[in-house]
Design a protein around this ligand. Structure first.
Ligand SMILES: Nc1nc2c(ncn2[C@@H]2O[C@H](COP(=O)(O)OP(=O)(O)OP(=O)(O)O)[C@@H](O)[C@H]2O)c(=O)[nH]1
Ligand SMILES: [K+]
Ligand SMILES: [Mg+2]
Length: 450
């Protein structure tokens, strides 16, 4: 505490031990809040600065006095004898900061001229604009979080539904990292026992030691396979696709409009109206959905309509939920797992046992929503932290494959090698090994300012 106070008095003081523990990166800055005007006009813009030299830059901007650490202070920002703005200033000396480095935030007025002037002053004082994800990348490099947690930060920034927010928050808190770390720990112990077996001649190894090792190896591989089979995380993250398909004029576009609450698709009496798929993003029960209305399915000579039908079939094939809509007799054939729904109940009642709606009067629409909620609950039910992206799927898939391969090999040396490869795949996932190699992959999908 005393040391910290001394450092905050002036920037000429000696660096603390902590600040010497990782490489010093040059100062970067970025606008951390949305641009004024992009979603209505914002009042405040937060500029974030981090890196070696941040202390000197803040000292200069605040007229030669460093504000107290981790406290909001109102300051006149100045540069070259000019006052740039009156801003709320937060100074976070490393390592107790998001990036682990010396960093600060300026809560400025959001006028573009204010942001420009402060940005120019930051550049003049030696900071450069940050690249996408660079703050979080530094946090990983400083050991403030692992790669799986960093990915969750990107998801939190993008979260549009409550389910996405909850999932990203749990992952950022380390729920998924802890699972992977536990697996790595178990694997390490198995590997150590496998190595011990290598050092013993065959006749001295008790059979039960080898059998126990084999049981645990198989159990771990099975847990990884179950984790790979669980699609919850990816569904919540990318959204659930619900495709409305059926014969021409069944009322598919009318249903899309009724669910969306606006005239998203063209409705006419002519069969074959919809050609291009019409997509509407929707949130039901806190889960992000993508509703897709498609061309009516029938034999046709019309080239354009035929292409529409080809696209319809593509979406049906890749859908998480298919609503098969019809408006007369129950179709003889349907898509596997589809939700059969009879439209136009205002003209004739639905056969018993079939969900009936009227896209025109709204009859049955609430029951259809309930049926969709039920499907969603089913799709997103499960326990434990789910994997959330292709990178996790690839890493765990690789680890599981090596573990399974180990089970097919007779030579302990080769089994040990497969287990080591499994361990490496797990380590790459969280960034415990080969961290530099995977950083570009992970941070390629970030926005600037995080
Ligand atoms: N009476 C009644 N008419 C409906 C209902 N739903 C749709 N219609 C009418 O049925 C006709 C076809 O509706 P659309 O929504 O265009 O049907 P679609 O399945 O999208 O048709 P295509 O895109 O051509 O395949 C229009 O005239 C709608 O007004 C309903 O619930 N009751
Ligand atoms: K139509
Ligand atoms: Mg249509």
């Amino acid at each position: 505490m005393e040391g910290e106070l001394r450092h905050e008095m002036g920037y000429s003081s000696v660096m603390t031990e902590n600040r010497l523990t990782h490489a010093a990166f040059p100062p970067i800055f970025a606008l951390a809040t949305g641009l004024a005007g992009s979603m209505g006009r914002a009042a405040i813009a937060v500029l974030r600065v981090s890196g070696a030299g941040s202390r000197e830059i803040l000292h200069e901007l605040c007229g030669g006095i460093l504000p107290p650490a981790r406290q909001a202070s109102l300051r006149r920002l100045q540069h070259d004898g000019e006052v740039l703005d009156e801003a709320l200033v937060l100074w976070f000396p490393g390592p107790r900061s998001y990036t682990g480095e010396d960093s600060f935030e300026l809560h400025c007025h959001a006028g573009p001229a204010v942001i420009d002037a402060v940005s120019l002053a930051l550049v003049a004082l030696g900071a450069r604009p940050a690249e996408a994800g660079e703050f979080t990348r530094r946090a990983v490099q400083a050991g403030r979080m692992d790669l799986v947690q960093a990915e969750a930060v990107a998801d939190l920034v993008e979260a549009e539904s409550a389910a996405q927010r909850r999932q990203a928050l749990a992952q950022a808190d380390g729920a998924l990292s802890r699972l992977y770390d536990r697996w790595a720990e178990r694997l390490k112990i198995l590997l150590a026992r496998q190595e011990a077996l290598i050092d013993f001649p065959d006749d001295e190894v008790p059979d039960r030691v080898a059998a126990g090792l084999e049981t645990e190896r198989a159990a771990l591989a099975a847990e990884m396979r179950a984790h790979l089979d669980d699609r919850r995380g990816e569904l919540v993250r990318r959204g659930v696709t619900v495709v409305i398909a059926g014969a021409p004029n069944a009322g598919k576009s009318s249903l899309l409009n009724a669910l969306a609450g606006y005239e998203a698709a063209i409705v006419t009496r002519r069969a074959g109206t919809t050609r291009d798929p019409v997509m509407v993003d929707w949130v039901l029960d806190g889960v992000k959905l993508r509703l897709i209305d498609t061309a009516g399915l029938r034999e046709t000579e019309d080239e354009i309509e035929a292409e529409g039908i080809r696209r319809a079939m593509f979406h049906v094939k890749h859908a998480d939920i298919v609503i098969h809509l019809f408006d007369d007799d129950v179709p003889a054939l349907s898509f596997p797992g589809a939700l059969l729904v009879r439209n136009k109940t205002d003209l004739a009642p639905a056969p018993s046992g079939v969900l009936g709606i009227s896209a025109v009067t709204g009859d049955g629409i609430e029951a259809l929503r309930e049926a969709l909620r039920d499907r969603l609950r089913h799709l997103t039910a499960g326990s434990g932290a789910p994997l959330t992206r292709a990178r996790h799927r690839a890493g765990i898939g690789e680890a599981a494959a090596h573990l399974e391969q180990a089970g097919t090999l007779d030579w302990p040396e080769l089994r040990g090698e497969e287990m080591r490869l499994a361990m490496r795949a797990l380590g790459r996932l969280t960034g415990k090994v080969e961290v530099e190699a995977v950083l570009d992959v992970v941070f390629g999908e970030f926005c600037i300012g995080k």
